[in-house]
Design a protein around this ligand. Structure first.
Ligand code: ADP
Ligand code: MG
Length: 257
């Protein structure tokens, strides 16, 4: 069993420090929710783990399977089994969802075995049909051009289908705090619930305190001002729903940093 272990992660944008020492561990087989008010650095964490060039890692590590993934190129992170969903996926007119998935899957196979000739089409069709049925998706979806005119919810569906096809061991799913509605969260949650298995660890980043209506995280973390300030069980999200974040702000202010 592997775990993604983020240790003392500091990240800046344009020289301004946003993440100020994040410590967070996500084990395979567990679903973790990362919550927190807007502007506290949740998306910054996702982008930094993805290797986005605008996000400068100034200190800290993120270990997975004996490697600090921050030292790896984004595709190497992916081939190691870390799936990072894009918050604003790009549209690729002319490339169908199915073609995109087949290309991604073949790249993954080749990374594991340079002699791999790619998944045979009939096998790929069977795989994608099975995965789409699991996610209760309309099979026509695979024929559409990737993200071309997709609604927010459809983009999320494409993301979850990509995850279902690539079968990562750690998946990090960031929800926007604007633009996407509770429907998108429902799609992601149902997908995660359907894909849940002992080999998959998930970090769902969300500001929706009602997440527990859709997903049952094993662990809930709260980020404030660039740090994870509290971790606990699902009851932590319920507590947030009732009491908001003020009690935590007070707690942080009275504790030495
Ligand atoms: P969250 O996802 O928790 O809402 P973000 O990680 O998006 O928070 O943002 C954290 C902080 O970084 C905010 O203060 C935000 O204004 C700042 N920030 C985010 N993106 C940029 C950027 N591209 N340039 C400068 N500052 C940014
Ligand atoms: Mg965000």
């Amino acid at each position: 069993m592997s775990e993604l272990s983020i240790r003392n992660l500091h990240v800046g944008i344009d020289g301004k420090e946003i993440l100020k020492g994040v410590n967070l561990t996500v084990r395979q087989g567990e679903v973790h929710a990362l919550m927190g008010p807007n502007g506290t650095g949740k998306s910054t964490l996702a982008y930094a783990l993805m290797g986005h060039p605008n996000y400068q890692v100034t200190d800290g590590e993120a270990w997975f399977k004996g490697q600090n993934i921050l030292d790896l190129a984004p595709d190497q992170r992916s081939h190691l089994g870390v799936f990072l969903a894009f918050q604003y996926p790009v549209a690729i007119p002319g490339v169908s969802v199915a073609n995109f998935l087949r290309t991604a899957l073949n790249a993954q196979r080749k990374a594991h075995d340079p002699a791999d000739k790619g998944i045979p089409i009939p096998e790929f069709r069977k795989l994608i049909k099975e995965r789409m049925e699991l996610l209760r998706m309309d099979l026509n979806f695979a024929g559409r051009y990737l993200n071309d005119g997709f609604s927010g919810g459809e983009k999320k569906r494409a993301e979850i289908l990509q995850m279902a096809t690539l079968r990562p061991e750690i998946a990090i799913l960031d929800e926007t705090d604007s633009g996407l509605d509770i429907d998108a969260l429902r799609i992601v949650s149902e997908g995660v619930n359907a894909l849940r298995n002992p080999d998959l660890g998930v970090l769902v980043i969300t500001h929706y305190q009602r997440i527990l209506n859709y997903i049952k995280p094993d662990v809930v973390h709260i980020m404030m001002d660039g740090r994870v300030v509290e971790s606990g069980g699902p009851e932590l999200a319920l507590h947030l729903e009732e009491h908001g974040y003020d009690w935590l702000r007070e707690k942080i202010e009275t504790e030495p940093a």
